[in-house]
Design a protein around this ligand. Structure first.
Ligand SMILES: Cc1cc2nc3c(=O)[nH]c(=O)nc-3n(C[C@H](O)[C@H](O)[C@H](O)COP(=O)(O)OP(=O)(O)OC[C@H]3O[C@@H](n4cnc5c(N)ncnc54)[C@H](O)[C@@H]3O)c2cc1C
Length: 504
């Protein structure tokens, strides 16, 4: 049996696995279908002279121990922490809300609109921290049955896992904009509206993996999210890993229920004693292995996983900083949530359910050039406006709906930042279908499977098992966002796959 390990996919998780395994002295070849590394966390020159992050651009959840172990700073990674975590600009009749990492600073700002919300804020952050302390250890290894007990005896945790986020937040806060801002942080991971059960979980997941004692500040890599992929690739190569881009894998070779290697689309066969697949579980099993090699019950389980591409990103090159009502420059460095109340998000989710565009899309915006001006030519800013809760299977198709979505997004942006339309010089729109066609995410899903409680913890595949059963192919390890603990730029699925493989 070959000693080689083949890694399918060069998103950040595949690269983490490659770097850790190569550092442990194993022979590693990583195969990435596309020209650039980083997958959903890659950076492309979609507008000439601009470095546009195609997906996630906040590295606040990325495992710090992996940065140290792989010496990513030495390999070129420079992290920049934003002063702000999130903000909602002022709207007709409501004050702006700014969430700073520092609890007191946020409470001071909230006090201008509501003394009660200001008083409640420290307790809310403390409750997130208490839950985080219980959950933290479960997210960096496959969860065990005994862990279940720990969750069940914590009423706070059970509430986060089961209750609608809107209901949870109403127990703490009165301000609609504050609740909208918190929903805007959590719900892109789910495709669900804030009135759906279980939507407290993604808020907790983000808090646990960010910072446990305060709200996590947005953290960007200088040069864009793709700089993380570049540093990981440099670290992996320095340890001897071979990294091949423009190399799609067409088959994972299986002999007598054991992996034997991979076949490339170009026809080349690569022998390997182990394969770490970081594509979605659906692609790994149904496309690369083939349903005919799997038990019908396993195939049914795979087909039941929900992946819904719910995001479109409008990247705008703008002449100068736009003025979002009530927000100063430091407040513009984090996530900017453009929703007046949680029900704006609920309405968008309702429209998506029926395959329609929301009348008023809610937008998560970012101005990465406020922290890293090198992303755009001098004098320009880059605004990444992401509309969430969109239907992947839009009625009438995205070829017809894309332009209308762009128009509606511009109307919304103008409402929140009057005059912004006049600043736009160049633009590009990535539709939900582009995330499947161009980045390989099944149904354009951002997390390789939505981050709902029904698809998390024990109910998400781990590196080598699913729902208590070993994966049906020996020598195969899952290492992408579709497995535990899930999506986001955390590096944890890749790290868990590498650690599990090395342990055997
Ligand atoms: C618009 C947007 C916003 C987001 N916002 C957030 C957010 O706010 N918070 C958050 O936590 N997360 C967010 N995410 C999600 C986050 O970016 C992903 O969960 C994460 O990057 C997934 O990383 P990965 O390495 O597991 O998978 P991927 O990045 O998908 O990497 C998989 C790689 O496999 C490659 N591949 C696929 N098939 C093959 C094949 N047959 N052969 C070879 N290679 C193949 C693909 O090209 C890809 O490079 C967002 C994503 C998007 C798109």
């Amino acid at each position: 049996m070959s000693e080689r390990i083949a890694i399918v996919g060069g998103g950040h998780n595949g690269l983490v696995a490659a770097a850790l395994l190569a550092r442990a002295g194993r022979e590693v070849v990583l195969l990435e279908a596309r020209a650039e590394l980083g997958g959903l966390a890659s950076t492309r020159e979609l507008i000439p002279g601009h470095r546009v992050d195609v997906g996630h651009n906040d590295l606040g959840m990325f495992r710090r121990s992996v940065i140290d172990e792989l010496e990513l700073a030495r390999h070129g990674l420079e992290l920049i922490e934003a002063p702000a975590a999130a903000a909602v600009p002022a709207a007709a009749g409501s004050d702006p809300v700014v969430l700073w990492p520092e609890v007191e600073r946020t409470a001071e700002g909230l006090a201008r609109a509501s003394a009660d919300d200001a008083a409640a804020w420290p307790g809310f952050v403390a409750e997130l921290a208490t839950c985080a302390a219980t959950l933290q250890p479960l997210l960096s290894r496959p969860p065990e049955l005994v862990d279940m007990g720990r969750l069940l005896i914590s009423p706070e945790l059970l509430r986060f896992l089961s209750a609608p986020l809107d209901e949870l937040l109403r127990e703490w806060f009165q301000g609609p904009a504050l609740r909208a801002g918190l929903c805007g942080q959590a719900l892109p991971a789910t495709g669900l509206g804030p009135r759906a059960n279980g939507t407290g979980w993604p808020l907790l997941y983000g808090s646990v993996l960010g910072a446990s004692d305060r709200l996590a500040p947005v953290t960007r890599a200088r040069g864009g999210a793709g700089a993380l992929a570049a540093a990981l690739a440099a670290s992996a190569s320095a340890s001897g890993a071979q990294i091949r881009t423009r190399t799609p894998v067409s088959r994972i070779l299986v002999e007598s229920r054991r992996v034997a290697g991979v076949e490339l689309e170009a026809g080349e066969l690569i022998e390997a004693g182990a394969v770490v697949s970081t594509t979605t579980p659906a692609v790994t099993f149904l496309d690369l292995i083939g349903a005919s090699r799997l038990e019908p019950a396993f195939v049914r389980r795979l087909l039941n996983v929900k992946y819904r591409g719910t995001a479109a990103r409008l990247a705008l090159s703008i002449d100068g900083l736009p003025s979002f009502r009530g927000l100063d420059r430091p407040a513009l460095t984090g996530r900017i949530v453009l929703a007046e109340r949680a029900s704006d998000i609920e309405r968008a989710a309702d429209a998506a359910k029926y395959r329609r565009l929301p009348t008023r899309p809610w937008i998560e915006a970012a101005l990465p050039t406020t922290l890293d001006p090198s992303l755009a030519p001098a004098g320009r800013h880059l605004l990444l406006a992401t509309a969430h809760h969109l239907p992947f299977d839009l009625e009438g198709g995205w070829a017809n709906g894309g332009e209308e979505l762009r128009r509606r997004m511009m109307v919304e942006l103008e409402r929140w930042a009057p005059g912004i339309g006049g600043l736009v010089r160049e633009q590009v729109l990535l539709l939900p279908t582009d995330y499947e066609d161009e980045v390989g995410a099944t149904n354009g899903g951002l997390h390789h499977g939505e981050m709902n409680p029904s698809q998390s913890l024990w109910l998400r595949p781990t590196a080598s098992a699913w729902a208590g059963e070993q994966l049906p192919v020996e020598g195969l390890w899952l290492g992408g966002a579709g497995c535990h603990p899930g999506g986001g730029v955390t590096g944890l699925p890749g790290m868990t796959a590498a650690v599990s493989l090395l342990r055997g």
